[in-house]
Design a protein around this ligand. Structure first.
Ligand code: HEC
Length: 190
């Protein structure tokens, strides 16, 4: 019998929301942010531009405004999602909750700028052809949250995890895992 744990359900919801930067995120930023944060329009309020991916990329890192895997620590997301924030964005309005959820899902999934020379290489389909599925292991992030997923491979600063509910491969920043899980990833890569 298959038990559906709350975590599995959560993960399947999360994976079902698979977000593509170009298709899902860029249009939100174009509609709500380019007016004031655009390389093309030469508007760089607070130094942020969202239409130049080489520049946007610089904000995506564990210490940046967009923390891959962690919307709650991403200043970019906080100012958008919290209507009471002193620097709430956009200054005169709110994104719809659907738009906010897309941004949240995009950051949770690693904030990849796929196909645009982003810092994260898109997950290649080659890995999926591997015979046999990777065994499910428990991963713990630095906040103590547990994730059950299979190890696929290391890729740059990410470990690619395979979500058991959907079979989707998701990049997860190594720096966000606790030390035991980081070691587990390195051991699995041997
Ligand atoms: C009408 C112009 C305007 C729009 C539209 C706008 N911004 Fe801003 N943004 C600003 C200005 C001005 C600042 C700098 C002043 C400040 O910090 O309040 C800023 C600052 C920021 C900051 C830094 C906040 C801080 O704490 O200093 C972030 C992050 C940001 N914007 C993100 C966004 C995002 C994401 C969008 C779209 C959802 C957006 N902005 C839309 C004008 C705008």
């Amino acid at each position: 019998m298959m038990l559906r744990s709350p975590l599995a359900i959560l993960l399947s919801t999360l994976s079902a929301a698979a977000v593509d930067f170009k298709k899902d995120i860029a249009p939100i930023l174009e509609k709500n942010c380019y007016e004031c944060h655009s390389e093309q329009a030469k508007k760089k309020k607070a130094g942020y531009v969202f239409d130049d991916l080489e520049t946007l990329k610089l904000d995506i890192n564990p210490k940046g405004a967009i923390v891959p895997g962690n919307p709650a620590e991403s200043h970019f997301f906080i100012v958008v999602a919290d209507p009471n924030h002193e620097a709430h964005m956009p200054p005169d309005g709110n994104l719809s909750s659907a738009e906010i959820e897309k941004l949240r899902a995009w950051i949770t999934e690693g904030a990849a700028l796929d196909g645009a020379g982003g810092r994260m290489t898109p997950v290649s389909s080659a890995g999926k052809a591997k015979p046999g599925l990777p065994p499910i292991m428990t991963w713990v992030n630095f906040e103590g949250k547990k994730i059950k997923a299979g190890f696929v491979r290391l890729e740059g600063d990410n470990v690619i995890l395979r979500m058991p509910a959907t079979g989707q491969e998701v990049p997860y920043p190594m720096s966000k895992l606790d030390t035991t899980s980081q070691q587990q990833a390195k051991d699995s890569a041997q």
